[in-house]
Design a protein around this ligand. Structure first.
Ligand SMILES: [Mn+2]
Length: 307
């Protein structure tokens, strides 16, 4: 039976494409592997897989009796619920180390870079294995997606170098325009229920004993959200009431203007002032240069909530 390579729940482009790439590399090195996903792939990922003619991985819900490689996460909360029922073989990731443990020695590749596919590019190079053109294509797209076309605060020189080298293999000349095409697909809001938009990329945090929810919508132009902005603001207020939150924030990130408008539903809106030094107008504020939840928004709010 092949081993499975699987990424986190609510799969994004990096988690899906990293599974495919690592399964390819491992299989070529003698460990037969199949890529898998936990849940439906999103529209951006579908676009990327279609563009390079790569099949959508099989969906799995259980690790029982399987050998498993994890990509793009090492937190149990984001993993297969019964991970312990399988055999964890390895982890390839670019996040903080999570809480999985194993009874046996395992392989771990974790780099503090902007994208899992940057790490996997390094693995292909390390082992001297050639990257197929279509897989180089989807890996390029993963890097463009996770680093917001190399603009995110999480982007490193290693991501830029890997992106450029992969693009060459894939025969992509214009990374900027490919990135914009992807973000247009990602920005699409037509026909999407408001709650789904808020939840598209949403995480809960505990900040100094306060429950705080932070969602993010990345768009190529904020005006794309004009027609739904009022509804989004209402929706986060509803969510705040339902979930005994101190605050629910929604970042509307404009990847061209390189900043985010933050919608605020909070017991204390001044926490935005404390975190970012910006006075909210009504229940929103413009945060210039702020694009990364992981590197900018969460650390600033943690300071804001501590003071
Ligand atoms: Mn990732």
């Amino acid at each position: 039976m092949p081993a499975y390579v699987v990424g986190h729940k609510s799969p994004d482009t990096d988690t899906v494409c990293a599974s495919i790439a690592l399964a390819d590399l491992k299989s070529k090195m003698g460990t037969e592997c199949k890529p898998a996903v936990q849940g439906k792939v999103n529209d951006e990922t579908k676009f990327v897989l279609d563009k390079f003619g790569v099949e959508t991985p099989e969906q799995i819900e259980s690790a029982a009796g399987k050998q498993i490689f994890l990509v793009d996460h090492s937190d149990r909360s984001q993993s297969l619920d019964d991970l312990d029922q399988g055999e964890l073989m390895g982890i390839v990731d670019h996040h903080k180390l999570g809480d999985v443990t194993t009874p046996n020695p395992i392989e771990i590749w974790a780099w503090p870079v902007g994208c899992s596919c940057t790490v996997i590019k390094g693995m292909y190079d390390f082992y001297g294995v050639e990257i197929p053109k279509n897989i180089a294509g989807i890996m390029t797209c993963s890097i463009l997606s996770d680093t917001v076309i190399f603009k995110s605060a999480t982007c490193t020189d290693a991501d830029k170098k890997a992106g450029q080298e992969l693009a060459k293999v894939a025969g992509i000349d214009d990374l900027q325009s490919l990135g914009m095409e992807m973000f247009k697909v990602k920005s699409a809001i037509e026909g999407t229920p408001i709650r789904d938009l808020v939840m598209r990329d949403y995480k809960d945090f505990d900040m100094n004993g306060n429950k705080v929810g932070i969602g993010q919508l990345e768009v190529v132009d904020l005006s794309l959200l004009d027609s739904v902005k009022d509804d989004l603001a209402k929706e986060i207020k509803t969510m705040k009431g339902e979930g005994s939150y101190h605050s629910v924030f929604l970042l509307l990130t404009d990847i061209m203007k390189e900043g985010s408008q933050i919608l605020i539903a909070s017991d204390d809106p001044q926490v935005v002032q404390k975190a970012f030094g910006v006075e909210p107008k009504g229940e929103q504020a413009w945060l210039d240069g702020v694009m990364s939840r992981k590197k900018q928004v969460v650390p600033n709010f943690e300071k804001g909530f501590a003071s």
